[in-house]
Design a protein around this ligand. Structure first.
Ligand code: CP3
Length: 358
């Protein structure tokens, strides 16, 4: 059966096995035994065991080796006792898989050899098939066998954030070429985002069908836009992605950085859980998002550098702001940084679990 024909409500074995986990309950806004915790970028350079297994293997190559992906994904679960694993990959993996010439440069990020800037360039963005990412299916099969009742979060980059790398050719502070296309050639822009929505939808379906129990759509850089522009020029493509995976019944999380003014719209796009960075307290975020959604967040990652008492006090502030929420998944306001002390993260997981245990 193709992804499009999958019956609504059908669950993989892994999705049934993880159904009663604290993480999935919080996503569904059901009562939880403790507030679940995971960290964006929990796998990676903060962990010595990660640096060891990655030695001499380029980032994108490591994403294509199922045994290595399995090991790296499990590392933070073993060490920190987080409530969910996130599939080890990168947002540009599906773009590489359809044949784009791109690389992830250490300390820089994704770099695209020939940026996408004209209508003719769109022809290079062909559809993604499950065969293109067979290693993802293999890795998730191995992973779910090891994870037991710990849920696996699949993820993808959202159309805007992927477009920003493709149009700029690499990381960018002001996204000027991306915005120039968005404002200057709205039809080309809409077609580009629609292509990316197709690719992203297909990539998320592969992960869900293989056994991911939730998905997160990272629109990391969309906070660069005003709400009216988001609504007009970006939201339709993100809606398309969320609609494409709605029938699976797995929670859909939506996150971006600096998106305080966009939280309501990002929820409206189709998320079940809205990720919040550290700039907006969770009670205020809940007012902006409105009822019927859980929130994820939002300790300022930099707090982890400030010592145990500060981490605990600032965590208490996050938990206090989360008190009246319908559902809360504890996370950092953005990713774990490579220079963070992994022991501080382990202590933080334990602290949240203890403080919120019922
Ligand atoms: O543990 C996890 O959260 C899963 C792993 C993960 C990676 N990338 C691994 C990675 C996830 C969820 C991502 C998503 C991703 N990639 C995003 C969205 C999340 C966010 O942080 O907002 C973005 C914007 C990217 C693009 C990207 N890839 C950047 C900005 C970088 C960092 C560049 C650098 O070296 O500082 C990458 C590379 C990357 N992706 C690394 C990892 C572990 C570092 C490369 C390495 O370890 O060699």
């Amino acid at each position: 059966m193709s992804a499009n024909e999958r019956p609504t409500g059908h669950q993989t074995k892994q999705q049934s096995r993880t159904h009663d986990s604290a993480f999935l309950k919080a996503c569904r806004r059901e009562p939880v035994p403790h507030t679940p915790v995971w960290f964006m970028r929990q796998a990676g350079r903060s962990l010595p065991e990660y640096l060891k297994v990655r030695e001499g293997i380029p980032m994108l190559e490591s994403c294509m080796r199922p045994e290595l992906v399995t090991e790296i994904t499990l590392q933070p679960v073993r060490r920190h006792k987080v409530d969910a694993a996130i599939y080890f990959s990168d947002i540009v993996v599906p773009l590489k898989a359809i044949g784009l010439d791109l690389d992830i440069k250490p300390g820089v990020g994704p770099v695209v050899a020939d940026p996408i800037r004209t209508r003719a360039d769109l022809d290079r963005l062909r559809d993604l098939t499950p065969d293109d990412v067979h290693y993802v299916t293999e890795a998730i099969g191995m992973l779910t066998a090891e994870l037991g009742d710990t849920p696996l979060i699949g993820f993808a980059g959202a159309p805007f954030t992927l477009a920003s790398y493709l149009v700029e050719g690499g990381p960018s502070r002001s996204h000027e070429r991306t915005k120039a296309m968005m404002y200057g050639d709205p039809q080309l822009w809409a077609d580009l985002l629609d292509r990316l929505a197709e690719i992203t939808s297909a990539f998320l379906k592969v992960q869900i069908e293989a056994g991911a129990s939730a998905v997160q759509l990272f629109d990391s850089w969309v906070g660069a836009l005003a709400p009216a522009d988001y609504r007009r020029s970006v939201m339709p493509a993100s809606v398309k992605v969320f609609d494409a995976v709605a029938g699976y019944g797995v929670p859909r999380i939506h996150f971006g950085v600096g998106t305080g003014e966009l939280l309501g719209l990002m929820g409206e796009a189709g998320a079940d859980v809205v990720g919040v960075d550290w700039r907006v307290p969770l009670d205020e975020a809940a007012r902006r998002v409105g009822p019927g959604k859980a929130l994820q967040g939002n300790l300022d990652p930099a707090v982890l550098f400030a010592g145990r008492e500060v981490v605990e006090a600032k965590t208490d502030e996050v938990l206090a702001a989360a008190k009246g929420l319908e559902g809360h998944v504890f996370n950092l306001g953005h990713g774990v940084m490579p220079s963070m002390d992994p022991d501080a993260l382990t202590r933080l997981v334990e602290y949240v679990h203890t403080r919120t245990a019922v």
